[in-house]
Write a protein that binds this ligand. Structure first.
Ligand code: AMP
Length: 211
């Protein structure tokens, strides 16, 4: 089943997606990762997206939707949409896109995590520049400081995980992404998972929904 994984920044979408890839053979389509790759490669899309990302703002819908369309075209594996849609306009565009491509999404899984926990997760989050593995300064540090356990890549703090940007990202989430709950409830696809638990417990719930 194709699914949407949504929730606030720091809710654990990336971590859970990694497990779903590893154990269920699904494909992750993360708009944040796609933008970060475009920034790394200094493409026009990357340069445009960076202006918004560095400020903690959403990249305009027209840019995001075009990018997702390119990725979804010809998609054959079961996929997880991670970080998309993030606005109701994107959700409506996604419905249209899926119809056009003859695809569908079975569930929209919302990861629920309290605000104070999100702050700690985001300020402490560190990520591998090469493979995207996620660490945390206190709860999950890499064995060697600054070096990824999995691939030896550089572990760094994302620009938008700096304290001054996090506030804007969380506010943006409340204003634009939170309304997706009603959108997917109305569509009969909404499922809520308590994301404030051990990674494995959260994963077990998600697996039950997906399988
Ligand atoms: P993420 O890795 O999902 O936290 O995304 C990082 C940043 O990329 C966000 O703060 C936005 O600036 C941008 N971004 C990712 N996905 C979207 C989206 N669906 N719509 C607009 N902006 C996005």
């Amino acid at each position: 089943m194709n699914v949407i994984l949504f929730g606030a920044p720091g809710a654990g979408k990336g971590t859970q997606s990694s497990l779903m890839i590893e154990r269920l053979g699904m494909k992750q389509i993360s708009t944040g990762d796609l933008f970060r790759a475009a920034i790394k490669n200094q493409t026009d899309l990357g340069k445009k997206a960076q202006e918004y990302m560095d400020k903690g703002q959403l990249v305009p819908d027209s840019i995001v939707i075009g990018m997702v369309e390119e990725v979804l075209k010809g998609e054959t594996k079961e996929f997880i949409l991670d970080g998309f849609p993030r606005t109701v306009a994107q959700a409506q565009a996604l419905d249209e896109l899926l119809r056009k491509l003859g695809l569908s999404v079975g569930k929209a899984i919302f990861l629920e995590v309290p605000m104070e926990i999100l702050m700690d997760r985001l300020t402490g989050r560190r990520v591998c520049k090469s493979c995207g593995a996620v660490y945390h300064v206190t709860s999950k540090p890499p064995k060697m400081a600054g070096v990824c356990d999995l691939c030896g890549g550089e572990v760094y703090q994302r620009n938008d995980d700096k304290a001054e940007v996090i506030g804007t990202r969380l506010k943006t989430y409340e204003e634009f992404t939170s309304p997706l709950k009603s959108f997917y409830k109305d569509a009969g696809k909404y499922v809520e998972v308590d994301g404030d638990r051990a990674t494995e417990s959260v994963y077990k719930d998600i697996e039950r929904i997906v399988l």
